[in-house]
Design a protein around this ligand. Structure first.
Ligand SMILES: [Zn+2]
Length: 410
């Protein structure tokens, strides 16, 4: 993919956004255009539409769960469970994939979630040898340390739908809609194998890893295999997104959850958003640095673009925050290297192979320079206040170590 410096005149997304972005004649991107629907749609009518959709799934035959809700100890998990259980009146079975990069704070949040909402939960712990094998391969071949996390988070709920005979899965927002306006809210896009493969998994499903790379075996990948169409249709599995039916606003939603259910938050070096991925040491750290090398922008641009669209940040403030945060050094790399059994030089060598060639040039062996960037306003003496509150810290009283298996409190 060729990098384009053309960017949206409203948010900060480049035209070369990996999910695909269309910039119109006025210079406004498809993500910003679809965002405008948040202020024009009749959300009460959308919500009653959702109530109609879930109605047939309410269990009346004595089984206990009406639907499946995938959760983590971060992101929008509290709000999704709140909406499903308290607002829709459904009884969800929660499912979570253990990504092993857990922060103590994420473990605490997950334990508190179970307690506050009084829900059953299934935890998938894939054997750590296979997880490491897969991660070595996806790092080398795809430049990703996160393939197994995303594959696990997106497949385990679907597998559970089949094994437990619970057809309805309820997700939060659709990333393709929220970021780049891939669909209108009114399209009511649902979960598909195709989107998962193309966008979540960078074109590589579990079996593709097996056939393309000779370093993995059936034993490593079978737990990440998406169920076949016959199984999906025999149960009638369907995954819907709440964001199509309610005015999705992660900042406001998290703040409500902090106030009502003690969701805990933490500050990161590489973004101003303290709410999003507090359950993981890598998502906003090493994984985010890799995103920057591959695509030329980091998660802070996603956060800033979202805040501009919601009218809480000017473009200028957003630019200053992005310029500051995307250059912050990776802090938790050593934990990841120890977990995988790799050394820092080997990691640097692999990551250099995955740098976007239009964005970075090697000036001498091992020394890289970013080519021309969009106008750099420099970091001001004082950063704009983004208005996100940290109520805790990532390590939350413990050492900066992965909690590979953790039950939280009490
Ligand atoms: Zn835009």
């Amino acid at each position: 993919m060729t990098f384009s410096h053309t960017e949206c005149q409203r948010c900060l997304y480049p035209a070369s956004h990996p999910l695909g972005l269309v910039i119109d004649d006025e210079g406004i991107c498809s993500g910003c255009r679809i965002h405008e629907e948040k202020d024009t749609l009749d959300w009460e009518a959308r919500w009653s539409r959702l109530r109609d959709i879930v109605q047939p799934y309410r269990v009346t035959d004595g089984r206990t769960h009406d639907c499946i809700v995938p959760v983590t100890g971060g992101n929008d998990s509290y709000f999704i469970v709140h909406a499903v259980k308290n607002l829709l009146g459904l009884n969800p079975l929660l499912v979570t994939y253990n990504k092993y990069y857990n922060t103590p704070l994420g473990i605490w949040n997950l334990a508190n979630l179970r307690r506050q909402f009084d829900c059953d939960i299934l935890v998938q712990n894939v054997n750590p040898v296979s997880v490491r094998n897969i991660t070595r391969t996806t790092l080398r071949e795809l430049g990703s340390i996160y393939w197994h996390c995303i594959a696990g988070q997106t497949v385990f709920p679907v597998q559970t739908a089949i094994t437990h005979g619970i057809p309805l899965i309820i997700w939060g927002a659709h990333q393709g809609l929220e970021q780049v306006g891939m669909f209108s809210h009114e399209h009511e896009a649902e979960m598909t194998r195709r989107y998962r493969k193309d966008h979540d998994l960078m074109g590589h499903e579990a079996d593709d890893l097996l056939s393309t790379f000779d370093t993995l075996s059936e034993d490593d990948i079978w737990q990440y295999r998406y169920p076949d169409d016959a199984s999906l249709s025999s149960v009638g599995v369907r995954g819907i997104y709440l964001g199509n039916f309610m005015r999705w606003d992660p900042k406001a939603q998290h703040e409500l959850m902090m106030e009502r259910y003690s969701y805990r938050t933490a500050r990161f070096a590489r973004t101003f958003d303290c709410y999003d991925h507090v359950d993981c040491y890598n998502f906003m750290d090493l994984h985010d640095h890799i995103k920057y090398l591959k695509h030329g922008y980091a998660k802070v641009t996603d956060h800033a673009s979202r805040e501009i669209r919601h009218g809480r940040m000017t473009r200028e403030q957003a630019r200053q925050l992005v310029a500051h945060h995307e250059r912050q050094p990776v802090r938790y790399q050593q934990q990841w290297l120890s977990w995988l059994g790799m050394d820092a030089n080997a990691l640097r060598f692999v990551l250099d192979q995955h740098r976007h060639p239009d964005l970075f040039e090697q000036t001498e062996p091992g020394q890289w320079r970013r080519r021309a960037q969009p106008a750099d306003t420099g970091t001001p003496r004082e950063l704009p206040e983004a208005g996100f509150r940290a109520t805790s810290t990532l390590a939350n009283g413990e050492a900066d170590r992965y909690v590979v298996i953790g039950k939280g409190y009490p």
